[in-house]
Design a protein around this ligand. Structure first.
Ligand code: C2O
Ligand code: CU
Length: 472
């Protein structure tokens, strides 16, 4: 069998796959309550063309990404999660500001769901926007094997578009026979940029094809579900306008250089006016590694005449979500030092309450620390305790040479200062802090409970870059 490279995939799959919609789950609605069922189980996905076998994956309802869950802002939704894996799991609703008991963090907000067990999540999303779900138990392994899906909260009064489309970006590390390589505990990945794969998919398809109609307007919801890969998406001759980041509306803008940057777990909603000629083609290219740009997906225009003579007008701004405004005058500031990794200067940290040197840490697969503490994914002393209703400023210093997408559960923060200027003034749940950068964010601690605060490069989180913030 030939060995798998990206090129083989691209050649073999070019023109075969047509992307595609995320599968829809069945929602029953009884008295306005939407109900979904998610079953986590083993499945298969065709990631490499024949003669390669299908790739065994873990998936929700048999597919990766799992079904799109649709809720309406301010309306309750119930999701029944069944675990048919051989190990524990739990589901986290990334970016949703919901009660702590529904947050899906094992041992901290709920007991893990045992094999054969189930858990019923029920909550009312306060914010409209693009979110996603994924396990928070053995996340590095479970997400890398295919467990994730979109969570779309619809505006009661949406903007006018022809199509509302979601692209879930994922990254797989495949071995020579198209199986997922199971070297999850690889110190080189832990210490550096995380587990970067060799096969990128959009909605489960490698180098797929997207069919567009001339002059239509698309709302494209981009979700980076990759364990570690950062994307910088270029839309060639199209001019994307960003209307939301991490589910939170922004005044519409053309991103710098036309590229949409997405760190692990981040989302962007963009408006694409499909200005190409009928029958023409273009592509979306990921240029995050400038030496190795590659085509993520091909866009092919139908030969049909344009859907309208002129493009739709400029009414694309979304209504803001009800995120409380930080009181900066009365804020408490906490410095957050991110340390460790390859080429870093971390010489010791507290692991499980004990001071460990670098070599000892390495043996325990711990390479990162937040304020000198490398946590396990288990109950631990909160890094910060906040009074409910108070404003907190997190003053980040990334003392490593690696980027870290830092994520806080249960809250949305406002970026006050950041060396990468593009994020200033944005409301995010994950901020991508480059090596050596500083960044300041503020949020109102209005949601009581113990909330995870971690790097969303899941290998980094596993290797110590994880903490909790307690609000009471
Ligand atoms: Cu996607 Cu702890 O989060
Ligand atoms: Cu990190």
């Amino acid at each position: 069998m030939p060995s798998i490279t990206r090129r083989t995939f691209l050649q073999a799959t070019a023109g075969l796959a047509t992307a595609s919609l995320v599968p829809q789950a069945f929602a029953q609605s009884a008295q306005g309550l939407r109900e979904y069922r998610l079953k986590a189980a083993k499945s298969n996905l065709r990631l490499a063309p024949g003669p390669f076998p299908e790739t065994p994956i873990w998936a929700y309802n048999g597919t990766a990404p799992g079904p799109a869950i649709h809720a309406t802002q301010g309306k309750p939704v119930r999701i029944i999660v069944e675990n048919e894996l051989d190990e524990e799991t739990s589901v986290h609703w990334h970016g949703l500001r919901i009660p702590n008991a529904m947050d899906g963090v094992p041992h901290i907000t709920q007991p893990p769901i045992p094999p054969g067990g189930r858990f019923v999540y029920e909550f009312t999303p306060p914010d409209a926007g693009t979110f996603w779900y994924h396990p928070h138990t053995h996340s590095l392994v479970q997400v890398s094997r295919g467990l994730y899906g979109p969570f779309i909260v619809e505006e009661p009064d949406p903007i006018r578009v022809d199509r509302d489309i979601t692209w879930v970006l994922a990254d797989w590390r495949l071995g020579p026979n198209a199986q997922i390589r199971d070297n999850f505990a690889n110190p080189r990945d832990f210490m550096r940029a995380g587990r970067i794969g060799n096969t990128v998919t959009v909605n489960g398809l490698v180098a797929g094809r997207f069919v567009a109609w001339a002059n239509e307007r698309i709302r494209l919801r981009l979700i980076n579900a990759a364990e570690a890969r950062i994307f910088s998406l270029r839309f060639m001759n199209l001019k994307p306008r960003v209307i939301a980041l991490d589910g939170m509306p922004v005044p519409p803008y053309h991103p710098d250089g036309g590229a949409v940057l997405l760190g692990p777990s981040q989302r962007a909603d963009i408006i694409l006016d499909m200005t190409g000629e009928p029958g023409s083609r273009t592509a979306v290219v990921d240029g995050f590694q400038p030496q190795q740009p590659y085509e993520l997906i091909e866009i092919v225009y139908s030969y049909a005449p344009p859907v309208r003579d002129n493009l739709l007008g400029d009414l694309i701004a979304l209504y803001p979500n009800p995120v409380p405004e930080p009181d900066l005058a009365g804020a408490v500031t906490h410095e957050i030092r991110l340390e460790g990794g390859d080429l870093g200067s971390l010489s010791y940290a507290l692991v499980d309450g004990e001071k460990k040197g670098r070599a000892e840490m390495l043996m325990m697969n711990k390479m990162w620390a937040i304020n000198g503490v490398a946590n396990m994914h288990m109950p631990h002393e909160p890094l910060i305790r906040l009074k409910r209703g108070s404003t907190c400023v997190l003053d980040f210093r990334n003392l490593t040479v690696w980027p870290h997408p830092m994520h806080l559960h249960g809250h949305t923060f406002l970026v006050l200062e950041h060396d990468s200027r593009q994020t200033v003034g944005r409301l995010l749940d994950t901020v991508l802090i480059g090596g050596g950068e500083s960044c300041k964010v503020a949020f109102v601690a209005d949601n009581p409970g113990t909330w995870m605060f971690h790097c969303h490069i899941l290998g980094h989180a596993d290797a110590g870059m994880m903490a909790t913030i307690h609000v009471a």
